[in-house]
Design a protein around this ligand. Structure first.
Ligand SMILES: [Zn+2]
Length: 391
């Protein structure tokens, strides 16, 4: 372990800080899956963390010709079909956060166009791709998705009429492969309309704790990943490029841990107020969805117990007064301080008080995972055999 200082030429690509520390020296990680050229096989890399933004990068970065030889022969992208299974979650996330329902989407590194196709079907949005692989481009065009066959870095945006053209521009699992994420994102940013969105997905930095010399399938840590990001650093970068982060989350669908960022291009015509109200609308839509689901449950069952006088339930009932008209449910809470009181005029019972009643279905109203699990356990003991669902 050694400490690099400003005498070396290290400069963080994301935040420009020169303060860094070497966290791994001469580490030879595994490579991407699939067939590939072996020029990178012997690559031993140093990994440096930027002390300012937390971005980890290989240092020095591999030579350009080595990378190009690798990508020219790698077929990892072709066997990555399991990715289709994780796309649905992404499509829903974009739909919820952006509310886009028309306009144009561009995906950089669009592969065979599977994600764009799903986005087109769900959002009724026009879709376009940029993709260097010949085979992938052919496939995309066969299914009707227009693609520019090129590395994004080489695309002439003016020529292709892509400047300020798109409502959303997407890069999934791309940024960690490029030598300058800042330059790449800067170029991406130019293709986004004012008020439009960027969707960025990179391997989750939670993985860094699992750094080892072996690459395990699905872990996303391998030597072809030149950078490992924190959400904080990416937020800093998109901010610097004139965007405001409107969503940031981690996911681990199918052992494929990712960090997701959706950022909105700030423009003089888009006031902070609108960004803020946009956030509130996301919450409102979520509450409405939950309320409709609860309404359905209440209509399909005769005697329902709503378990938990939770803030979630409070929000749902406030936003959906129709729920108060139905009378086939009672409200239960394990907290003695709540028992005997009322929430929005609905009396709160203790679990013991409802044991003799006929119950067809219990709805657990909290989304807190720990509390939810413990309530389900109690329901299993106190009301064995009764159906138990989430709100
Ligand atoms: Zn940095």
């Amino acid at each position: 372990m050694s400490t690099l200082n400003s005498e070396t030429n290290f400069k963080c690509d994301i935040c420009r800080s020169e303060i860094s520390k070497t966290i791994f020296s001469e580490l030879s990680l595994g490579l991407d899956y699939g067939k590939h050229d072996f020029t990178l096989e012997d690559l031993k890399a140093n990994y440096v963390v930027c002390q300012h933004c937390g971005t980890v990068s290989q240092y020095p970065l591999p030579e350009e010709d080595r990378l190009q030889r690798y990508y020219a022969t790698s077929q990892g992208y072709l066997i990555a079909n399991y990715k289709n299974d994780v796309y649905q979650h992404r499509v829903q996330m974009i739909k919820e956060v952006t509310s886009l329902s028309k306009g144009k989407a561009l995906e950089i590194g669009s592969c065979k166009g599977v994600f764009l196709q799903m986005l087109h079907e769900e959002l009724e949005i026009e879709v376009f791709g940029i993709e260097p692989s010949e085979d992938c481009c052919e496939y995309s065009e066969k299914v009707g998705i227009p693609v520019v066959k090129s590395l994004f870095e080489n695309v002439d945006l003016e020529n292709e009429k892509m400047v300020g053209e798109f409502d959303i521009v997407i890069a999934m699992c791309v940024l960690e492969h490029v030598k300058s994420p800042r330059a790449f994102l800067d170029k991406m940013a130019r293709t986004v309309k004012e008020g439009g969105y960027l969707y960025i997905e990179v391997p989750s930095s939670e993985l860094l704790s699992r750094f080892s010399t072996k690459c395990r399938f699905g872990e996303n840590v391998n030597k072809i990943h030149l950078y490992h990001f924190t959400g904080q650093a990416l937020a800093y970068l998109v901010n610097d490029l004139g965007f405001a982060v409107v969503h940031q989350s981690n996911s681990n669908d199918f052992d494929y841990p990712c960090l997701h960022i959706i950022a909105r291009k700030i423009s003089p015509s888009l006031l902070g107020e609108e960004v803020f109200l946009g956030q509130i609308n996301i919450k409102k839509r979520k509450v409405k969805e939950i309320a409709e689901r609860l309404m359905n449950t209440l209509q399909q069952n005769r005697n329902v117990v709503l378990w938990g006088a939770s803030t979630e339930l409070y929000d749902v009932i406030c936003s959906y007064p129709e729920l108060k008209v139905l009378t086939n449910y009672i409200l239960v809470d394990r907290n003695p301080l709540k028992q005997g009181k009322k929430m929005l005029e609905i009396p709160i019972y203790s679990p013991e008080e409802i044991l003799s009643r006929n119950t067809d279905c219990v709805v657990v109203t909290t989304r807190n995972k720990g509390i939810n699990a413990s309530i389900r356990k109690d329901v299993g003991i106190m009301l064995p055999g009764v159906k138990c669902v989430d709100m």
